[in-house]
Design a protein around this ligand. Sequence first.
Ligand code: GUN
Length: 283
Amino acid sequence: MSNIIDGKVVSAYIKDNVAKEVSALKEKGIETCLAVILVGSDPASQIYVANKKKACEALGIVSKEFVLPETTTEEELLSLIEKLNNDKSVNGILCQLPLPRGLDERVVINAISPLKDVDAFHPSNVGKIMIGDYDFAPCTPAGIMEMLDYYNISVEGKNCVVIGRSNIVGKPMSLLLLHKNGTVTTCHSRTKELKEVCSKADILVAAVGKANFVTADMVKEGAVVIDVGMNRSEGKLCGDVDFQAVKDKASFITPVPGGVGPMTIAVLMKNTLTAAKKQNLGI
Ligand code: GUN
C-alpha cells in the first residue's frame, strides 16, 4: 500500500506562503496583479480561467480578466498583450491555451514580455530553464517538483522516466528532474519497449492524456508515480495511471483528482508573486 501524495495539502501550503508574501508586499504599497486573457468560449478554458481568478482573489492578488470573442484577430490580441506588457500595475500575463483556430500560439507566446510570462512558455524562459538559470518554470512540472520536495522525495541519482514530450509538461519536466541530478529518460509515442523502460523507473511521470495508460506491469515495486492525466472516462475524471492496480506497487502515488491538478494554480500564484517581487524589488 502506497502513500498518497496529496495535492490539496501541498497546494494549500504553497498558497498560504504566497498569501503571506503578497500581504507583506501590500504593506510596502506594492500590489501583485495577474492578467488572464481568454479568447473564445471553450468550456474547459472558461472553468480554468474562473479557477485562476478565484485563487487570485483568495490570496490577495489582483486579477484582471480579458475575455475576447472567438473572432478576435491576431492584431487585436497582440495589441492587448502590448498594452499589458507596458502596464506597470500588471505583473503577470497568461493567455489561456488553446487559442481558437486562426490565432498562432507561437506568435502570441512570443509577444508576452518574458518578465511577465508566468507560464514560462516564452522561448527566452524556455532557454533559461534549459541552462538551469530561471525565475519561472511551467506550472505543472514546477508543481510536481514542489510535491516531491514536500514529501522529501529525493531525485538525485534516481532513474526518472517521463512519458510525454509536450512543451508544457514533458520537456520541462525532464529538465527540472535533470537539474535535481536525476537520470532522466523522456518517452513518447514512438518509444520502443516502453514497458521495459518504465519498469526501471524510480520516479515515473505520466503525461500522456490516455486513461489507464500506465498499468501495474509497467511500474517497479516501490516506485514514485506521478499522474498528470486529466481524462474523462464514463463521465468521471481520471488520470493516465491505473490507480487501483498501481497503488499497491508504488511507494508514493498522486491521485486524480486531488493530485497534480491543484498544484498548477498554486505555482501560477507563486510565479505571479515572483514576477511582482522581481519587477518592484529586483529580487
Ligand atoms: N491551457 C492548459 N494548461 C495551460 C497552462 O498551464 N497555461 C495556459 N496559458 N494555458 C493552458
